[in-house]
Design a protein around this ligand. Structure first.
Ligand SMILES: C[S@@+](CC[C@H](N)C(=O)[O-])C[C@H]1O[C@@H](n2cnc3c(N)ncnc32)[C@H](O)[C@@H]1O
Length: 287
C-alpha cells in the first residue's frame, strides 16, 4: 500500500474536484482533440490520480480500451469506485511508471497530465516506449503554473488568503524536482526512439459561469469551484500546525464566498469571474 501522494501532496478528493473543474463537460472536446482520441484505441494514462480523465474518455468513447495506473492506493481505489459507479469498465491498477505491468507493444496511445515533473525523464519514458506499439503516440501534458489566472472577483478573498498565510505546515514538499524545459524533453525523445516530435500550448478557460447560457451549467461550475477550494483548504488544514484555530473561520469564509456567488447568479448580476490554465503538450510517435 502506498499513500504518500494522497497523504502528503494532494488528497484524492482535492485531485478529484480540481480535475472535475479543469476537465469539465464544456471543454472536454478540447482535451479529446489534444489527445487525438478516436474510437477503438487501446489507451494508457500513467499517473492517472483519481481517474477523472480515464473515466471521462471512456464515457465518451465506450469502444476504447482504457487503462489507468498510479502509485497511490487511495487514488486508484477512488478511480475504481467511480468507474464502477458509472458502469465504465476502465482498468485501473496500482503500478509504478518505472515498471509497467503490460506486455511490449500494447498501446496505441499513452498520455499523462502533470506527472512528468515528478520522475527522472529517462525513467519516465523507458517503460512507456516499451509498452507503446510501433507508430503509437506518446502525449505528455503539463501545466504552466505561472500562466494561471485567478478570479478577479473573489469576495472575502483577502480574508481567506490571510488565514492561509497563518497555516504553518508541518511538512510540505511539492516534488516538482524533475521538471525540465520542454526542449530538453523533446531532445531526449528524439534520441530515444521517437520521431514526429511536436509541441503545442493551449489556454483553457475552465471556469466562467457568466458566459454559460444554461444557468444549470453555470451553477454546476460554481459548485465544483467551491468544492475544489474546500477540499484544498481541508487538505492544507490537515497538515497545518494551526488547524484548530483556523478551520472554522476558513470554512465559514469559503461558504460565504460560495453563497454570495450563487446569489449573484440568481440575481443575474454578471461579474465575469474566470479561471484559466495554460497546458504544454508534447507529442511523439514511437519509431
Ligand atoms: C499531480 S498528480 C496528477 C494526477 C493526474 N494525472 C491528474 O492530473 O489528475 C501526479 C500523480 O502521479 C502519480 N505518480 C507519481 N510518481 C509515480 C510513479 N512513479 N508511478 C506511478 N504514478 C506516479 C502520483 O501518485 C499522482 O497521482
Amino acid at each position: 500500500m502506498n499513500n504518500i501522494w494522497s497523504k502528503k501532496i494532494q488528497s484524492t478528493e482535492l485531485l478529484h474536484y480540481s480535475r472535475m473543474e479543469r476537465f469539465n463537460d464544456n471543454n472536454k472536446k478540447i482535451w479529446f482533440e489534444i489527445l487525438e482520441v478516436k474510437p477503438n484505441l487501446t489507451i494508457l494514462e500513467v499517473g492517472c490520480g483519481s481517474g477523472h480523465f480515464c473515466n471521462m474518455i471512456k464515457s465518451n468513447f465506450p469502444n476504447c480500451n482504457i487503462f489507468g495506473i498510479d502509485l497511490d492506493t487511495n487514488h486508484i481505489n477512488f478511480a475504481k469506485k467511480e468507474s464502477k459507479k458509472f458502469n465504465l469498465n476502465v482498468n485501473f491498477q496500482e503500478a509504478d511508471i518505472s515498471s509497467l505491468p503490460f506486455a511490449d507493444n500494447t498501446f496505441d496511445l499513452i498520455f499523462s497530465h502533470t506527472v512528468v515533473e515528478h520522475i527522472p525523464f529517462d525513467v519516465f519514458i523507458k517503460e512507456q516506449k516499451r509498452v507503446l506499439k510501433k507508430d503509437g503516440k506518446l502525449i505528455i501534458t503539463l501545466v504552466n503554473a505561472s500562466s494561471k489566472n485567478d478570479c478577479p472577483f473573489e469576495p472575502f478573498q483577502n480574508e481567506i488568503l490571510s488565514l492561509y498565510s497563518k497555516m504553518q505546515f508541518n511538512q510540505y514538499s511539492k516534488p516538482m524536482k524533475f521538471l525540465q524545459p520542454t526542449d530538453k524533453m523533446m531532445q531526449q525523445l528524439s534520441m530515444n526512439g521517437f520521431h514526429n516530435i511536436d509541441l503545442q500550448f493551449k489556454k483553457i478557460i475552465y471556469y466562467m459561469p457568466d458566459v454559460q447560457e444554461n444557468k444549470q451549467i453555470a451553477k454546476q461550475q460554481i459548485e465544483i469551484h467551491y468544492k475544489s477550494k474546500l477540499s484544498d483548504a481541508l487538505f492544507n488544514l490537515s497538515r497545518s500546525k494551526n488547524a484548530k484555530t483556523l478551520k472554522a473561520p476558513l470554512i465559514s469564509l469559503l461558504e460565504q464566498q460560495y453563497e454570495k456567488r450563487l446569489n449573484l447568479l440568481k440575481e443575474n448580476k454578471k461579474i465575469f469571474d474566470f479561471e484559466t490554465t495554460q497546458i504544454a503538450i508534447i507529442s511523439a510517435i514511437k519509431k
